[in-house]
Write a protein that binds this ligand. Structure first.
Ligand SMILES: [Fe+2]
Ligand SMILES: [Fe+2]
Length: 151
């Protein structure tokens, strides 16, 4: 099931919201491609885009956390690191699953990636709504303080 961006996902930063929307877009494209029987090469490419963008986004988010001295940044960074490690390992596992299925003459590639996509979709939605969302009040305080100092 594709993920839909909702206003309640906003963490109060335009940059991070745009990043999250882009991540959702890439994941939805990935899902669409598995349904359309995309080649291994095409899936490798979209997965690479997902992995690269995930890393870029995590780096941006962590830099903001650093700037505003976010108290939970250590735990948050650990969650990001664990996710990147899992993502790279999991993709290889599911790709091997599809290769094995195709070797048996089964070409239903979406079934091979369904579990991976479901885990990724759940992880991303939950991470934004539960973990990134904890940033919101800290970001708001920081932005208010910055606005005050301009006066
Ligand atoms: Fe995060
Ligand atoms: Fe995030």
């Amino acid at each position: 099931m594709p993920i839909q961006w909702r206003d309640k996902m906003s963490v109060g930063s335009r940059v991070l919201d745009e990043d999250h929307k882009r991540l959702i877009d890439i994941l939805n494209t990935f899902e669409q491609m598995t349904r359309n029987g995309a080649s291994f090469e095409a899936l490798d490419q979209i997965f690479q885009e997902l992995a690269d963008y995930t890393r870029d986004h995590f780096a941006r988010e962590e830099r903001i956390q650093q700037e505003i001295n976010y108290p939970l940044r250590q735990t948050h960074q650990e969650q990001h690191r664990a996710m990147v490690a899992w993502l790279l390992k999991a993709y290889k596992t599911y790709k091997a699953r599809r290769q094995a299925a195709e070797a048996r003459g089964v070409s239903s590639d979406h079934d091979c990636y369904e579990e991976l996509l479901s885990i990724l979709n759940t992880w991303l939605t939950r991470h934004i709504l539960q973990e990134d969302m904890k940033l919101k009040p800290h970001l708001q305080r920081h932005l208010e303080a910055a606005a005050m100092s301009d006066v």
